[in-house]
Design a protein around this ligand. Structure first.
Ligand code: SF4
Length: 375
């Protein structure tokens, strides 16, 4: 992969293993029981080799790094450390996150947060037993509560940043605000710095999708009901001191995800592992890379994006977050005709300090706003 190593480079590492599959999940991952221990070690070694090949070409650390999945907690702590060490060969990234499922976090992980990592992203999804069972989640409520307690303890002991993922827009048996309040109550001594709250989306091919299609489960709320739920959540989290800075993301002041901001600001990043994506910016061209394959073998497909494709990605990503779209880059890097812009700005967006920024209403219609600009 051909990156401009003089520019900041962020790193995403995909760990395609889970303890078991959740019914709603369409990400590529293999249940741990179906894979040999030696295959997980071989995968870890392969990832470390790729990281080290990259660090040899760089004279600075990765800007940000994110170990995601799957569930990186399915690796042993030693295997995770092996990856962390490779990532930090040239120094520690400013933000270094690992995702981890509640059932997998242990006290032993704390040493990784002392030496390498500085952010936990934990998929809680819900503290409502009915919701966990409706979604076909692979973790029990008891395991989830234990994981939250341990994540809070890790933050207290190491000063790392803490983010939880929650799922919402479930049928009316679920009270989304109460669910979030229960999460905050569970975090007694420390509060999460960051929350990602996603609407449950039925993905074709998943057991959850099949259940819905066969009418074997209660239907999801329609789009008006979903908008109502999201508005309630936004008001609740604002009241608790979280800024709504991206369509699905909320943070305490200064605690926005730097890694995800690289995607939204259309920065340079490399993705390793099956299904991972990369964007390389070199000599005025944008090259997209996609990793195909599975845990045992992978290949990389590269595509040089046309100006139009790069512009489309830049606008779609830029309008999703409160920092907004950089109009200087829009004109100079992507050749957009700025005379057309004024008539194409939808309500909910306005120009501030050289950027096109959304308010809360704008965030609800960011895709439509992008299409209008790309018209
Ligand atoms: S733990 Fe996460 S990645 Fe694994 S199956 Fe569940 S939702 Fe998907």
């Amino acid at each position: 992969m051909d990156f401009d190593f003089k520019k900041p480079l962020s790193l995403y590492i995909h760990i395609p293993v889970c303890n078991a599959k959740c019914d709603y999940c369409a990400f590529y991952s293999v249940p741990k029981s179906k894979i040999e221990k030696s295959a997980i070690q071989a995968y870890t070694d392969g990832i470390c080799q790729q990281i080290e090949d990259l660090t040899k070409q760089m004279d600075m650390p990765f800007y940000t790094a994110f170990i995601g999945g799957g569930n990186p907690g399915c690796l042993t702590v030693d295997q995770l450390e092996q990856i962390c060490k490779s990532v930090c060969k040239n120094g520690r990234p400013v933000e270094f996150t690992t995702e981890i499922n509640p059932e997998s976090l242990t006290e032993e992980h704390e040493r990784l947060f002392e030496k390498y990592l500085n952010r936990i992203s934990m998929g809680v999804q819900s503290l409502d037993e009915n919701a966990l069972s409706y979604m076909g989640r692979n973790v029990t409520l008891k395991q989830t509560l234990r994981g939250i307690d341990l994540a809070c303890k890790t933050k207290k002991n190491t000063g790392c940043s803490l983010s939880f993922d929650m799922i919402t827009c479930l049928p009316d048996f679920h009270n989304p605000v109460e669910d979030l309040q229960n999460l905050l109550n569970q975090c007694k001594e420390v509060q999460p710095d960051h929350l990602s709250v996603y609407a449950l989306t039925p993905e074709e091919g998943t057991p959850f999708y099949k259940r819905l299609e066969e009418k074997k489960t209660q239907d999801l709320p329609n789009s008006d009901e979903q908008a109502e739920i999201l508005t309630k959540i936004w008001a609740f989290l604002k009241d608790k001191g979280y800024e709504h800075y991206e369509v699905s993301n909320f943070a305490k002041k200064g605690k926005e995800s730097l890694h995800n901001s690289v995607y939204w600001n259309y920065g340079q990043y490399v993705g390793l592992g099956p299904g991972a994506h990369s964007r390389a910016f070199k000599n005025g061209t944008v090259t997209a890379y996609e990793v195909h394959g599975n845990i045992a073998s992978q290949s990389v497909e590269s595509t040089v994006l046309t100006k139009e494709q790069a512009l489309e990605e830049f606008v779609l990503m830029g309008l999703r977050h409160k920092q907004g779209l950089d109009l200087n880059r829009l004109e100079n890097e992507f050749g957009y005709n700025m005379k057309l812009l004024k008539d194409r700005i939808l309500d909910g967006y306005s120009i501030k300090n050289g950027r096109l920024v959304p308010d809360d209403n704008g965030l609800l219609i960011s895709d439509a706003a992008a299409l209008e600009i790309l018209h």
